[in-house]
Write a protein that binds this ligand. Sequence first.
Ligand SMILES: Cc1ncc(COP(=O)(O)O)c(C=O)c1O
Length: 388
Amino acid sequence: MAGRNHLCVPGPTNIPDSILNAMHVSMEDHRAPDFPKLVKPLLHDLKKVLKTESGQAFIFPATGTAGWEIALTNTLSPGDKILIYRFGQFSHLWMDLARRIGLTVEFEDVTWGEGIPLDKMEATLKADSDHEIKAVLATHNETATGVTSDIGGVRKVMDITNHPALLFVDGVSSIGSIDFRMDEWDVDVAVSGSQKGLMLPAGGAMLAFSQKALTASKTAKFPRCFLDIDDHIAANKNGYFPYTPSTPILHGLRESLNLLLEEGLNNVFARHHRLAEGVRRAVQAWGLTLCAVEPKWYSDTVSAILVPEGINAQDVILTAYNKYDVSLGAGLSEVAGKVFRIGHLGALNDVSCLGALGGTEMALLDCGIDIKPGSGVGAAIEYYRSTT
Ligand SMILES: Cc1ncc(COP(=O)(O)O)c(C=O)c1O
């Protein structure tokens, strides 16, 4: 098919040309004397994006899933209890990982389309007077449903209940796109991945540990080797890694951090909000609804859109791909066939979103969904033009 594929899945995201160029480097000696000149400022600037001064940043040659495991195995011991709310495929997978490595999991199912229920969390933490819960796991942005939870609110609940548990946040599809404040919210481990807001290929798990989490790592009894932060702490101190790093990803990360910091994080968040709002206007004009049930849950990085009864969302996705070369995100697990997802994060502008909406609109019409041609794109155009 002529022209480029429109990649509108919520990760991997489009990679800006300057990052592609930065990654296009010959292989180099990762033990060279000048290698720390690349590594040390990277770890320093990564902390700016995570909004932490007191925490310690890590870069693992892995993905977000490893980030979940790094958080848990470096701070906890087999049998420890963790608390998690399940409201989408990614909160489910983190819970499943915790269970499979031998943690005791206390979890509650929440309607897919809602986020972390702060009132229920407060009751649960209050009831845990012996402080058996050692960590609260919070999925900041549930990519499967397009729901963003209130992490500042989670911290407040932990504070008012005087609960000493560690707070771990999955920011894989929020960090670098949606406001995230590690220090202000007293997050103990922040987990991110390279292929979303950081606009890189998959293959980098970026994290930060608070001082409290670093202290917990001294007594954590999970066996660990490849994912052990101690080996990174020892090597990173001198600007190196305990094993061969992916140097193209490191060069790409350098450019990614430059782009985000030059634009300014608040401007990055505002851009994502505005682009997301245009997509939401289109959804409304089509007469369709989001999986996120209330505006307070709306995600600025991904919209999961429900198709009408009797329509299989997978047909919309296949039509968009096969006829229009537009890649939309599939519905996962409980919402498979019920939703399709438009990712609006990373290197995007108004016209990128209009491309996604145009392809989607044609696919919706082809699948027999009763919408007015141009209605969604028109609503987004109106919104973008009036808010330039
Ligand atoms: C919120 C969230 N957490 C974790 C993951 C897992 O990351 P990875 O696929 O990089 O292992 C994803 C992937 O999409 C995600 O969206």
